[in-house]
Design a protein around this ligand. Structure first.
Ligand code: NDP
Length: 292
């Protein structure tokens, strides 16, 4: 292996330790515990697992958490009433609505309703709008893209002036990751399912962020020698040697890419642990903003 391994588990732990230290200081000073409200609609097992790990992380860091679990057939009106109640509550500093919502609900309207000072997921149109504007700062940066940039910076990767390629243009990963890179003065190409020459475009990248959800699609010979590779993808593949019968791999063929890249995140243990760490950081920030 020639590439330096970017250890997301270790870096996420450092972020969590920093947050826990700040939370302890706040509590000692008599300030309220940063508290996150999670809103889960329906019973998708993946969403339930994400929400539960977010609540667990709050507990581990000395923060508060409240979980609201609503039936899958809840009406738009009822869901909006709950968001408004959480917006008003002085005890809640951050609100996270677990996506995706069931199809009959209007996700955009729900996200728009979250008070911007409590939008710890960073998905409200105001936060995303500020991210997209030169010279404006969002109050909160979406957690997964925030984690990607944090990993690059912690690994000493120079973003300014680099050619960055982002694979994927979703609202939650690809697009905000591209906006963050532009804000840090990279020259950014965003690829998607209709991009013509994906390998040729990726070969230009000093920094590659892959977020397409396609098992090991990026091959080693697509990678520019020495590039920084951040693999966001989480894909399950069958593996008879595992108790669960499967294992997780990324969007990048790690075995090939590590021989060419300068540094690379593994899957699992790369971007995954960063998402919750950054959510905790955002929730602490929300509490600090609401102190004022
Ligand atoms: P989406 O399905 O919302 O978006 C996928 C994007 O990839 C779309 O923009 C799509 O293009 C593009 N795409 C799909 N197929 C191709 C292809 N063959 N060539 C080029 N582009 C393609 O996914 P998400 O952004 O939500 O997630 C992406 C991956 O990241 C998933 O594996 C997901 O599990 C993982 N993830 C990991 C997180 C973490 O914490 N580590 C958090 C969130 C996601 P188009 O727009 O044209 O459809």
């Amino acid at each position: 292996m020639t590439a330096q391994l970017i250890d997301g588990k270790l870096i996420a732990q450092q972020v969590r330790d920093g947050v826990a230290g700040e939370v302890a200081k706040r509590t000692a000073a008599g300030k309220p515990k940063p508290t996150l409200a999670t809103v889960l609609v329906g019973d998708r097992p993946d969403s339930a697992a994400y929400v539960s790990s977010k609540g667990k992380a709050c507990m581990e860091l000395g923060m508060g958490s409240i979980s609201e679990h609503l039936p899958a057939d809840i009406s738009q009106d009822e869901l909006e009433k709950l968001i408004k109640k959480l917006n008003r509550s002085k005890k809640i500093h951050g609100i996270l609505v677990q996506l995706p919502l069931p199809g009959h609900l209007n996700e955009e309207r729900v996200l728009q309703l979250i008070n911007i000072e409590k939008d710890v997921d960073g998905f409200s149109p105001i936060n995303i709008g500020r991210l997209a504007q030169k010279g404006r700062e969002p109050l909160f940066v979406p957690c997964t893209p925030y984690g990607c940039i944090y990993l690059l910076e912690q690994s000493g990767v120079k973003i300014e002036g680099s050619n960055a390629v982002v694979l994927g243009r979703s609202n939650i990963v690809g697009m905000p990751a591209a906006l963050l890179l532009i804000g840090k003065n990279a020259t950014v190409t965003v690829c998607h399912s209709r991009t013509r020459d994906l390998p040729g475009t990726v070969r230009q990248a000093d920094i590659l962020i892959a977020a397409i959800g396609k098992t090991e699609m990026v091959r080693g010979d697509w990678i520019k020698p020495g590039a920084a590779v951040i693999d966001v993808g989480i894909n399950a593949v069958p593996d008879a040697t595992k108790k669960s019968g499967q294992r997780l791999v990324g969007d990048v063929n790690f075995a090939e890419a590590k021989e060419v890249a300068g540094c690379i995140t593994p899957v699992p243990g790369g971007v995954g642990p960063m998402t919750i760490a950054m959510l905790m950081k955002n929730t602490l920030r929300a509490a600090e903003l609401q102190d004022q």
